[in-house]
Design a protein around this ligand. Structure first.
Ligand code: ADP
Ligand code: MG
Length: 369
């Protein structure tokens, strides 16, 4: 029997894509797919880890924390134990991981995984953590130990989400607010089945372009800007033609997306599902045209879903180039809609996709101690 079991959810992002690293607002929702990490004390130096999904078991010593290329998934465990071992309290540990979050599908299985590891290890060894330390440590693990420049949003929602609500996060101040999802709507997750081959390179390139856009805008607006968050939707539209066209399109997406998040938050509070759906469609169009991070599979899902009766809106979620799309639909016949969208997607020649109905989930918790 394990000593401690902790769990954390996967997520979709309602709107606010590629906004987190521009210090903008984001609006994710945790889903009822979770990752569970069970840990037990072994004593000594040896760590043994098992992943049910990967069907892999491996052993290692945390120190020195060598990067493991052949057991990539173990680096998250190593990262967590290294950062949590400030007071040298952590000893050899057994780990077992099980998950219902699809991996590499834009639903943030990595944040669910790493947050559940942090919670389990901290609880087992009595590591003193503030709530806010959890997403910050999780982000550091992905940045420093995995080498992916992810933002704070994914671990943040994995930690703080509340069932039945979306989480409006200001990624600049880290203030957040739970906004109840309106009655009578459901979320469909449309998994493209496409591995996001270009995702890392293009993700890094977009980050770079946003920085370049900030530099150009400082010059044009003759103002000191720290990020695209400091530019309004009116201002950006006025500088069309005055800056490099690609940088303009990237900035246009980020600035208008920030606006859409704020509007979506207000629409959710008013229970205005039609307006939320429209903003999702606008977000997708902007990601496709201006930010250029969509792809044929994501576009197909949105095109198929948009005209259907009972669909409020649809868009890609996550970094793009594959991964998943989401639809906000009227509750009642969400299962039929899911089946229909999946069928039409296959008919367009995309073999590996599937669609499931996602309920909202809660943030990380200790399941057993
Ligand atoms: P996403 O977060 O969008 O699902 P990532 O590429 O960021 O995609 O994260 C997927 C990686 O996270 C996997 O390659 C694996 O290393 C790790 N991971 C996630 N879930 C598990 C699991 N249940 N067992 C082992 N490793 C996992
Ligand atoms: Mg991830």
């Amino acid at each position: 029997m394990p000593d401690v079991i902790a769990s954390a959810p996967g997520r979709i992002n309602l709107v606010g894509e590629h906004a987190g690293y521009n210090q903008s607002f984001v609006l994710p929702v945790a889903i009822d797919r979770r990752t569970y990490t069970a840990v037990g004390r072994r004593g000594g130096e040896l760590f043994i880890a098992f992943s049910k999904e990967l069907g892999k078991k491996t052993s290692f010593e945390i120190l020195p924390g060598r990067f493991e290329h052949s057991n990539f998934w173990v680096n998250y465990v190593k990262g967590a134990c290294t950062l949590l071992n400030k007071d040298k309290t952590i000893e050899g540990t057994n780990f077992a991981v099980g998950s219902t979050v699809p991996r590499g599908s834009g639903l943030s299985s990595s944040a669910a995984y790493v947050v559940s590891i942090i919670e389990a290890v901290a609880h087992l060894y009595g590591v003193d953590l503030d709530e806010m330390d959890v997403p910050i440590l999780a982000q550091r693990i992905e940045n420093e130990f995995i080498g992916v420049q992810t933002g704070i949003m994914d671990p943040f929602v994995a930690k703080f989400a509340r069932e039945g609500s979306a989480l409006l996060i200001d990624t600049r101040s880290l203030e957040y607010q739970h906004i109840p999802m309106p009655e009578g709507c459901s979320i469909l997750v449309c998994v493209t089945g496409v591995k996001r081959a270009l995702a890392t390179t293009e993700y890094n390139r977009r980050q770079q372009q946003c920085q370049e856009a900030v530099a150009e805008l400082c010059r044009i607006l003759d103002r000191n800007l720290t990020s695209l968050r400091d530019v309004t939707a009116e201002e950006i539209k006025e500088v069309d033609g005055e800056m490099d066209q690609t940088l303009y399109m990237r900035a246009l997406h980020v600035v208008t997306e920030n606006d859409r998040v704020v509007k979506t938050g207000a629409a959710l509070m008013n229970g205005d599902k039609e307006f939320v759906g429209n903003l999702m469609l606008e977000s997708h169009a902007s990601l496709r045209r201006n930010y250029q991070v969509s792809g044929p599979e994501l576009d197909a899902f949105v095109e198929i879903a948009e005209p259907l009766e009972g669909v409020y809106g649809a868009r890609m979620t996550g970094a793009g180039f594959g991964g998943s799309a989401i639809c906000l639909v009227e509750s009642g016949n969400e299962n039929e809609l899911a089946t229909r969208i999946a069928r039409e997607y296959k008919q367009r020649g995309f073999e590996d996709g599937y669609v499931f109905v996602a309920r909202t989930g809660c943030g990380s918790r200790i399941e057993k101690s």
